[in-house]
Structure formats: C-alpha cells, structure tokens
Design a protein around this ligand. Structure first.
Ligand SMILES: [Zn+2]
Length: 342
C-alpha cells in the first residue's frame, strides 16, 4: 500500500525535474502563486498518469523521486496532502428565507418548512457526514421576537439533519436580528471558523460586513454592500497556512464575480484562497440560481435557493461528495444542477 503522501511527493518532484512547467501564475500584486490544488491519485492500478493543469505527469519513472522523498517534505509544506481514505459527503441547502408570511413573487416562504424535510430525508438516506446551510435561513419579520420565533421553527427542522450543522450567515439572517442573536438562537459559537472532516479541511466564512468593515447588525446595511474585513482575511490566511489538507469553503455572498451583489473585496479574498494552493472549491448562495465558474483552478459553485417556486418540484438542495481520488461530485436534487469535477 502506497501512502497518499508518496504520490504527492512524486508529483512535486516530477514538476521540478521536468522543467516543463505550466506558465507561472501570479496574483494581482505580481507574487507567484502555487499551482491550484489537484489531489494525487491514491490508486495507480487503473491510471498511470494524470493531467495537472494541462501538464501530464508520468508516475511510472519516478523511482528517484521516491528516494528523494525526505527532501521533498521541505517543498510540500505549503501544499495540500491527501489523508482521506473514504468519501466525505456534505448536505447543502441555501436561501430558505423561511417566514410565516404569504408568498411574494416567486418566493414561497412558508413552503421551506416542507422542502427542508425532503432534504433531511435525502441526506439521511445518503448518510451525509454533516450539513451546511449557506445563509438566508429566514426572511425579515416586523420585529426581533417574531423573527426569532421563525428562526426557531425552521431550525427545529434543520436540527433533524444528520451530523454537525453549520450555519453560514446571510444578509437576511441579520436584517432584524444581531449576529449574536442569530448565533445564540441556533447554538453556534462563531460566524466564521474551520474544522477537519475525513481528511478534508472545511472553512465557513462570514461576508456579512460592510466594506467599511462594520459588522452587519439589525439591518444597519445595504445588502449590496458586503465584504470580508481585514481581521477575517488575516484569520483565513493563517488558517489555510496551518492546514495541510485539501479544503472546501462555504460563504453566502459570491466571491466569483463583480456584480453589485457580490463581495466587494472578492478578488482579494480569491487571492488568499489561490495563494494557499489548498482550496478545491467554494460553495455560495445569495443569487438563488445554479451557476459554476472556475477561477484560477478553484471551482465556485452557486446553489439554487430553496425558497424559489411553489411545490416540491421546485425544491432544490445538493450533496457534495469529496472522493479520496480528488473528484468532487455535486448531486443536485429537484432544481439543483449536477456537477462533477475531477
Ligand atoms: Zn442573501
């Protein structure tokens, strides 16, 4: 049995040996970026080579590279190393906007109570390891007491989902409540944090800040004015530096475009993710539609909103599977699109 580290080391050496590297990647400041994270194959029985960013690396002729393994630890310190031995499954829902109020336009607020139950059943059947709701779990109420009651109601359903529950803050979550109110009600300590699961590093971000750095608090913001402040970015930098694992990121507002509703310092945040060389994919909500974009080797996937449309046919949720061989699969239910990235 060959260790995952062995394969990674061989790839690294092969790149150095070949001299046939892809054009070097640079960030906005002109600093050289590491290659985007691509996990090495753990099983060489079926595949003898794998393309890394248009560069095919032979793993047949690397005996010398293997012997040089101890030296390679130095080179590998900053890149992700696979320790995964079984698939990691993550249940994902977003933009439920639950509220006990009549539908407005395409938003059927009350129906999220039934829609989340279907997602729970699917996640239980698939035996997901944990779940993430990607923000806007509730919609605005006329006062904090009513909104807290709505939050408790939808959260009583969310609590039935398997595994650890992760709450990403969305702008609608803090339109009437403070962040502290919201987090206390659902029992989550922090608005941004990270943890490891089955050899994968998981990061939850909070983009509910104004671009002047002020935290969203009881509607003190314009929903289009959102950013990730310096303090959180510094935390993100050191968090990614301290892990060796391939990483997935969850955030409510979008990091992959420059539309008026996207994170205002998105390119700066993407720069931090790219520089780490460990981030495989970012999952987002907020826009209520399916979208996928790859930017500098990182997948940015926007998930469909559960609140949109009447009836079960208009439900939407997903299961992300991170395979030990590095493949990412998004199994979409109802209106949610499917994706497969290898
Ligand atoms: Zn939103």
């Amino acid at each position: 049995m060959v260790s995952p580290r062995f394969f990674y080391d061989r790839w690294d050496v092969e790149k150095k040996k070949s001299g046939n590297l892809a054009p070097s990647r640079k960030n906005m400041e002109g600093e050289k970026l590491p290659e985007p994270y691509k996990r090495p194959l753990l099983n060489s029985a079926t595949t003898e080579s794998k393309s890394y960013n248009n560069m095919t690396t032979s793993i047949q002729t690397n005996r010398r590279a293997f012997l040089a393994g101890s030296v390679l630890t130095l080179f590998c310190e900053k890149v992700a190393v696979s320790e995964q031995t079984s698939p990691l499954r993550i249940g994902m829902i977003t933009d439920l906007h639950y509220a006990d109020k009549d539908a407005r336009g395409s938003r059927h607020y009350r129906e999220s109570l039934q829609k989340i139950e279907e997602a729970t059943r699917s996640f239980q059947t698939a035996k997901v390891d944990f779940v993430v709701e990607l923000g806007d779990l509730i919609d605005e109420a006329k006062d904090a007491i009513t909104e807290t009651a709505w939050l408790q109601e939808i959260d009583s359903k969310f609590k039935k989902m398997p595994g650890r529950r992760n709450y990403v803050l969305g702008n609608h979550c803090v339109a009437t409540l403070s962040k502290t109110d919201f987090l206390k009600t659902v029992g989550q300590e922090k608005s941004y944090y990270s943890f490891d699961a089955k050899g994968v590093h998981v990061v939850v971000l909070d983009a509910c800040f104004r671009k002047d750095g002020v935290e969203y608090d009881q509607g003190n913001f314009n929903w289009q004015d959102c950013a990730i402040p310096a303090k959180e970015l510094n935390w993100l930098r050191s968090d990614l530096k301290s892990t060796k694992l391939p990483t997935v990121v969850f955030v409510h507002q979008r990091l992959d475009d420059t539309e008026r509703y996207s994170v205002k310092n998105a390119s700066e945040v993407r720069g931090v993710l790219e520089k780490s060389g460990k981030v495989m994919a970012v999952f987002q909500g907020h826009n209520h539609k399916n979208e996928h974009r790859e930017v500098n080797g990182i997948h940015y996937c926007t998930l469909t909103a559960m609140v949109e449309g009447r009836g079960e046919a208009n439900n939407g949720y997903a299961i992300l599977t991170v395979e030990p061989n590095g493949n990412l699969t998004i199994d979409g239910f109802r209106k949610q699109a499917n994706y497969k990235w290898g």
